[in-house]
Design a protein around this ligand. Structure first.
Ligand code: NDP
Length: 297
């Protein structure tokens, strides 16, 4: 099926590019990019993400530093660790795995990270820079979506893009990135009226909702390109057995034969997120050495 946008394959190629850039900076400057990941508590999903991030960081030839803190870690201790990592010349990227335990203030923690090392792109300075079209750290998931879209469609100029979802980590930065690509962007959310009709006008739909298979064929124009960010765990009956499977926010089977391109779940946006984290870490390292940004598009 040539409408499938294979994020797994694309992310492998991206990680290969990252590895090459790592090699170049090691040879040119004797510097190895380093990513520090902080995990507070024992959330099982977060533990899996952190493990994968560490593994892929090492595979790309970078240094990986994991800091696992107890769930009851006081704010001052976490902020103290971030302060040390901000100063550490071997650390070019810092990521604090979210969500944090309730007693910690997420905004305060994220804004304590040096914006130049904020490889998640969540620091308020990076949000402001992105919103005003300046050089910033771009949040990994929207960056991954953009790379997939540009790879599939080339120039995005003039396209009508509809984003479903307005979160700070996906919907809003995605809208800003597509605006910078000269798309005409509409952001929709849970209070949007006639959302189905709005989506049906779009050349590009990016779904970041967290509602299993909400986007059906009636929502999508023939020939549109659909990026499905959603990751939902649902129980499905497969050959008379109940199984837990992952589905996106888009009804994938409805898209077959209708769209020009669609990302599957799993295997679409998901693998791009970690690859973009590695790319951001290399970018941060290049910037720290006054080198021009690596090119990942
Ligand atoms: P949030 O819960 O922060 O935001 C969801 C957005 O969807 C909100 O803006 C909400 O609107 C909107 N929404 C909810 N219900 C409806 C509805 N019925 N109609 C229209 N809009 C609706 O989620 P995230 O942005 O963090 O994540 C979205 C999905 O993407 C999740 O499934 C998450 O797991 C996945 N995800 C995947 C990543 C990856 O690497 N592939 C990374 C990050 C997220 P309102 O603001 O009005 O409440």
């Amino acid at each position: 099926m040539n409408e499938i946008i294979d994020g797994k394959k694309f992310s492998q190629a991206l990680r290969y590019k990252v590895k090459n850039y790592v090699q170049v900076i090691k040879e040119k400057k004797g510097v190895t990019p380093g990513l520090a990941v902080i995990l507070v508590g024992e959330d099982p999903a977060s533990q899996v993400y952190v493990r994968n991030k560490g593994k892929q960081t090492l595979e790309a030839g970078m240094n990986s530093y994991e800091h696992k803190l107890d769930a009851s870690t006081p704010s001052e201790v976490l902020l103290g660790l971030i302060k040390n990592l901000n100063r550490d010349p071997n650390v070019h990227g810092i990521l604090c795995q979210l969500p944090l335990p309730n007693h910690l203030n997420e905004k305060e923690v994220i804004n304590a990270i040096n914006p130049e090392k904020d490889v998640d792109g969540f620091h308020i300075s990076n949000v402001g820079l992105l919103n005003t079209g300046q050089k910033s750290m771009i949040p990994c998931t929207p960056l991954g979506c953009l790379l997939l879209l540009k790879d599939r469609l080339g120039d995005l100029s003039g396209k009508k893009a509809v984003i479903v979802g307005r979160s700070n980590i996906v919907g809003k930065p995605m809208a800003n990135l597509l605006l910078q690509e000269n798309c005409t962007v509409t952001i929709t959310h849970s209070r949007t009226e006639n959302i189905e009709n709005t989506c049906a006008q779009a050349d590009i739909i990016v779904a970041a909702i967290g509602k299993p298979e909400m986007i059906k064929k009636e929502w999508v124009k023939k020939g549109a390109t659909v990026i499905d960010v959603g990751i939902n765990r649902v129980t499905k009956k497969i050959e008379s057995n109940e199984k837990t499977v992952l589905v996106g926010d888009v009804c994938f089977s409805d898209m077959v034969g209708l769209v020009a391109g669609v990302t599957p779940v799993p295997g679409g946006v998901g693998p791009m997120t970690i690859a973009c984290l590695l790319a951001n870490t290399v970018t941060a390292c290049y910037r720290s050495q006054d080198l021009s940004d690596p090119e990942f598009t």
